[in-house]
Design a protein around this ligand. Sequence first.
Ligand SMILES: *Cc1c(COP(=O)(O)O)cnc(C)c1O
Length: 244
Amino acid sequence: MNRMGRKDARIAVSGIAEGIESIRAELVRAIEKAGRAPAEVELVAVSKGHDAEKVRAAIETGQLLFGESKVQEARAKIPMLPSQSRWHFIGHLQKNKVRHALPLFELIHSVDSLELAKEIDRVGTDEGCFPRVLLQVNVAGEASKYGFDGQALIASMEQLLQLSRLSIEGLMTIPPLTESAEKSRVYFIQLRSLRDELEKTFGIKLPQLSMGMSGDFLVAVEEGATLVRVGTAIFGERSRKIIV
Ligand SMILES: *Cc1c(COP(=O)(O)O)cnc(C)c1O
């Protein structure tokens, strides 16, 4: 119960149950308002920067799907938690961490280069598994962000589809940070349009759209998100250090 006393930990834990239930309620309302079915959108509770006790509190409310963005932190945290929990990787994945990441995560949202895709395919072949992935798109072309440029992704798609171990299930994006959720909408529409174009051009199915975070997940749902990644609105502010 690192650094926290028992009482503080209990307070943190009760806050999480409330946080998660209110986010779930908001999410369901938004899904219904958008004329979609609740089963079409899954909540990824982003637990990076929060300790295993907080995740356990979320699991007790019935939340089983979590997102982590650092392999080192996840390798320490995940084994401490009940085996029915499910994990998605959402951060920048270094090639030398792929081997550690694959057994921990059922889906990698953040394949941001052809080189990384090739490495995941190679490790998948070695390990006899078929990694499920999303391709991360840098929709606004920000220098500070990882991800494929939209046009570059179209150009690389043929090569990506030749990686026979990879199960490419959709696209993911992190739009520029803005003060208003409404400003993210244009980027969510861009991601969905790129998905539609890829499906049409290559005759493939890319059903997953991972978009929307604490500040803008309701808008993302309106624009077709199938996975929303919500951290702060559930768990509160996080520690910037790697935490278990
Ligand atoms: C941290 C993170 C999130 C969660 O962000 P919040 O604003 O805390 O909800 C979502 N997606 C990615 C890729 C992240 O790194």
